[in-house]
Design a protein around this ligand. Structure first.
Ligand SMILES: Cc1cc2nc3c(=O)[nH]c(=O)nc-3n(C[C@H](O)[C@H](O)[C@H](O)COP(=O)(O)O)c2cc1C
Length: 367
């Protein structure tokens, strides 16, 4: 008899009139969480992801914001509840863009105050707003004035360790009508290195009148459970953990529903690439573009195979065409090596896959 999984004290939250169950969000990730990847996570979890969010959409530019110029705005009815995330530095442009985007009828519109990359944060958008909270307040005011659907905010805890200002950000968010705050527990300077500071996230949640979702390093049912048990957060937002383990949302939902935990076999793990490729083809992505996405997923997912097999991983990452990629998967599945392997992505903690000291922020985002 399989053990029933643990249920945390909180398994859902409210976003205005929406009851969000389970209390999980697929974190927006530019270049990753497009419709095919969202579909993969959705199908593998049998549609049990609390909220989905678009990749971020820029509102900056020399001409007026136009929906037709942003393919990231595309979403499907079955993805609801669905939010669209926008970023920019100009309050009026952000307000106008939000009004336009509301015509697509998303369930919420999210403001990004967390993106660390120089071409966003360096220009005053994304995490750059954490250096200019009055500007953030103006942006929130303009967006709020422009839309009827809930406005949400995603931020980091501050610019650097000497300027942790997430408590002020919370205050501004509440004043300006934000209805849900997601806090990524890193500073901008940290990029994606080191670990998220969950004590700070927890303190924000304790002080907040609005629901606060915690984000950073949730990689398993156990980590999701532990964060919800320890901190008064409304839910968890999961980014890179979904690339290591696109089944994770389903596993969390199973646990929250009191269903027994089931493992994932090596063949199940590896065959997920076919699903993903099929979704990309259906979405009209060119085969070579899809190959890039397959490799992106392979780089992370293969780390869950044990014992580690760098030959297989490398063979996928150096495939010249999708056909070669799938031939190599077929050969691997028929090999004796595969028979001796297990798939267990849950133990992963360092989502960068590199030693903390090996990656500096500058190196990570150079160019
Ligand atoms: C490749 C990549 C792209 C990202 N793009 C976005 C984005 O468009 N909007 C955003 O708010 N956060 C973005 N993030 C940050 C994630 O949403 C999340 O906050 C971060 O990865 C920490 O969560 P995790 O530890 O679960 O990955 C991105 C992260 C990665 C790795």
């Amino acid at each position: 008899m399989l053990k029933l999984q643990k249920t945390p004290p909180k398994t859902s939250f409210r976003l205005r009139d929406l009851e969000v169950f389970p209390n999980t969000i697929l974190s927006p990730m530019a270049g990753v969480t497009d419709p095919p990847f969202r579909r993969l996570c959705r199908e593998l979890s049998h549609n049990r992801i609390g909220l989905l969010v678009s990749e971020f959409v820029s509102t900056d530019g020399s001409s007026d914001f136009a929906i037709k110029n942003h393919k990231e705005l595309l979403f499907y009815p079955e993805e609801r509840p669905f939010g669209i995330q926008i970023f920019g530095r100009d309050p009026l442009r952000m307000g106008r863009a939000a009004r336009e985007i509301e015509s697509l009828n998303p369930n919420f519109i999210e403001i990004n105050a967390g993106c660390p990359v120089p071409k966003v944060a360096g220009k005053g958008g994304g995490a750059g707003l954490l250096k200019d909270l009055p500007r953030l307040a103006l942006i929130l005011r303009e967006v709020k004035k422009s839309i009827q659907v809930p406005m949400t905010l995603k931020c980091r805890i501050g610019w650097d360790e000497n300027s942790i200002n997430v408590f002020e950000t919370l205050h501004i968010a509440e004043e300006e009508g934000v209805e849900l705050l997601t806090v990524h527990g890193r500073t901008r300077v940290q990029g994606y290195n080191g670990f998220a500071d969950w004590d700070i996230i927890g303190e924000v949640a304790r002080l907040a009148k609005i629901p606060v979702v915690g984000n950073g390093d949730v990689v398993s049912v156990e980590t999701a459970f532990e964060k919800l048990q320890r901190y008064p957060i409304a839910g968890v937002s999961i980014g890179r953990g979904a690339m290591h383990n696109p089944w994770l949302f389903g596993k969390i939902a199973d646990a929250w529903e009191g269903k027994p935990a089931a493992g994932i076999s090596v063949s199940e793990a590896v065959l997920v690439f076919q699903k993903y490729y099929h979704y990309m083809m259906e979405d009209g992505m060119p085969p070579m573009g899809s190959l890039g996405r397959l490799k992106q997923l392979a780089a992370r997912l293969c780390k869950g195979l044990s014992p580690q097999n760098t030959t297989f991983r490398q063979s996928l990452l150096t495939s010249e065409t999708p056909e070669i990629f799938f031939e190599r998967i077929g050969a691997f599945l028929e090999s004796a090596v595969a028979e001796e392997m297990h798939f267990s992505p849950d133990h992963l903690v360092n989502l960068n896959g590199k030693k903390e000291t090996e990656v500096t922020f500058e190196r990570q985002f150079k160019g």
